[in-house]
Design a binder for this molecule. Structure first.
Ligand code: C2O
Ligand code: CU
Ligand code: CU
Length: 521
């Protein structure tokens, strides 16, 4: 578990001073970027006035660990017709015994944490009868999948509590990949996901060059439990930085054992609200064979670690140098949170048992990634933060002390200078138009950019004045931006309607770090 230290109790006063101080500091240190984090260190007073101490949390040992990793349960297809996947999903609160002998009320799909995995083929028609048994409106969003906007769970199409709806879409050719589904109602995405609503979605190809390999699925999520087993609300720092649970789970299990039998194809999901997973397995090399939107062209050179930002997925093959039991770890990643400082800890997510080292023999060619062609238009998306909002949140004026943290931060994170408005179109595209988007992060923390309804190619990253092409062609729907980073992507929308684009730190999304793309025929 990552402990967090509240930086200088004196945030309340410290920050207002720092806004001015940064300017002075930056003037005197022209090479130093104005860094709000730097400004905050060392102040001291009582942060509890603005953010009550977090409830005491369930100790990690209170949840069982070490059991063999269970496969994700799959959602049963009741159609009986080839080419049709028909099933039902229900979102509802359910009691579960997760830790410490306490009962936790989670919100989940079909009573499962995570939700059941949906596995279909390219070209299938998918029909999901959905019932909303939650006390809030919700939708199901098919993250990354090329489905028409009116079936994609936009916030404009809520399913009220107690109501049903049918989601129906036909998947195109060449969309095999590793996707997921989660709620996307207006305002409440963060809460619905941190209470447990998310599930894996796989699209398979009939010509799969890795079909001979056994597959294993690792869906990483996190969950915060207090010592009574309850799921606490977000506090100010959760809204600011995104919430991280004290329990990091794989397929709903704490620190499972994963026994690798020779060469396996692993699909990994980062389904956490805001946690970045910097994954490594000592004595093992990781060979990337696929990204969000399916296989890459060739197996990539082995690496020792991989960063998965929230909502990203990856397919890998593990090459072990020797047999043994090695931890699957998440190394510390400094995503420049504000107001808190994580102690740089390494988390153990699982124990990996390697029976015998093997050198995977993979086909040299996995797939062709077809560039959609020369861009016909360009767009710019700027992620920014309004530090005066943070300043005000840290220094509530008389009468505002009791204000909900979320309300205080409601204008903090912006896209193109605005927060989300359901009734405003931010960008316009045409069906089939090839577009180049420049995405710029002018804020002081990392934000993962996500665009609905399609996959994109990353063309180039620019950080600290240095531009680099994407290391290899890959279909992505979510990509992280470091503070100050710029990314160019190439993308095409295939259906008319509204598409969302947003930061996938779900607290930021729910605070309104999101915009609407209107795609016209
Ligand atoms: Cu994972 Cu807008 O979604
Ligand atoms: Cu999405
Ligand atoms: Cu963000």
């Amino acid at each position: 578990m990552k402990r967090r230290t509240f930086l200088g109790a004196g945030l309340a006063i410290g920050l207002s001073a720092t806004l001015g101080e940064w300017k002075a500091f930056a003037q005197n240190h022209p090479t130093a970027p104005p860094d709000p984090h730097a400004g905050m260190v060392g102040m001291s007073h009582d942060v509890n006035r603005i953010n009550p101490p977090p409830p005491s949390l369930m100790p990690l040992e209170a949840m069982a660990s070490g059991a063999e990793l269970r496969p994700l349960p799959t959602l049963e297809n009741i159609s009986g017709q080839t080419g049709v996947f028909r099933a039902s999903l229900e979102a509802k609160p359910a009691p579960m015994q997760l830790a410490g002998g306490k009962t936790t009320e989670i919100w989940c799909y079909n009573g499962l944490l995570p939700g059941p995995m949906i596995s279909v083929n390219e070209g299938d028609t998918v029909e999901i009868r959905f019932h909303n048994g939650l006390p809030q409106a919700t939708t199901i969003h098919w993250h990354g999948l090329p489905v028409p906007p009116d079936q994609d769970g936009n916030p404009h199409d809520p399913v009220p509590p107690g109501h049903d709806r049918l989601y129906r879409f036909t998947l195109p050719a060449d969309c095999a990949g590793t996707y997921w589904y989660h709620p996307h109602p207006h305002n409440d995405v963060a809460e619905q996901v941190f209470r447990g609503l998310a599930g894996a979605f796989i699209v398979k190809s009939k010509q799969d060059p890795l079909a001979h390999l056994p597959e294993r699925h690792l869906l990483i999520s996190d969950l915060r439990l207090d010592k009574e087993g309850k799921i606490p609300d977000n506090d100010l720092f959760d809204w600011m930085n995104g919430r991280e649970g004290n329990f990091v789970l794989i397929n709903g299990q704490r620190e499972p054992t994963i026994t690798l039998n020779g060469t396996e194809r692993l699909r990994l999901w980062n389904a956490c609200s805001s946690r970045y997973c910097r994954l490594t397995i000592p004595h093992c090399e990781l060979i990337v064979v696929g990204t969000d939107g399916g296989l890459v062209e060739t197996p990539q050179p082995p690496v020792s670690e991989l960063l998965l930002a929230p909502a990203e997925r990856i397919e890998i093959v593990v090459r072990a140098q020797k047999s043994g039991v090695f931890p699957l770890q998440s190394l510390f990643y400094d995503r420049k949170k504000m107001g808190v400082q994580d102690s740089p800890e390494t988390l153990t997510l699982a124990q990996v048992v390697v029976r015998s080292p093997s050198t995977p023999s993979l086909p040299p060619r996995l797939r062709a990634i077809h560039d959609p062609g020369a861009p016909q238009s360009a767009k710019k998306v700027v992620f920014s933060e309004d530090m005066t909002v943070m300043d005000a949140a840290m220094n509530p004026v008389r009468g505002q002390e009791g204000m909900a943290p979320r309300a205080m931060l409601k204008d903090m994170f912006q896209i193109n200078g605005k927060t989300f408005d359901m009734n405003r179109v931010d960008l316009q595209s045409r069906v089939g138009a090839v577009e180049e988007w420049l995405i710029v992060n002018t804020s002081h923390m990392d934000h993962p950019f996500h665009l609905h309804g399609t996959q994109f190619l990353v063309l180039e990253h620019t950080l600290n004045g240095l531009s680099q092409p994407a290391p290899f062609p890959a279909w992505k729907d979510t990509i992280n931006l470091r503070p100050g980073e710029q990314i160019k992507i190439k993308t095409v929308q295939r259906h008319p309607g509204f598409r969302m684009f947003h930061c996938h730190i779900l607290e930021h999304e729910s605070l309104g770090m999101m915009g609407i793309l209107n795609v016209t025929p």
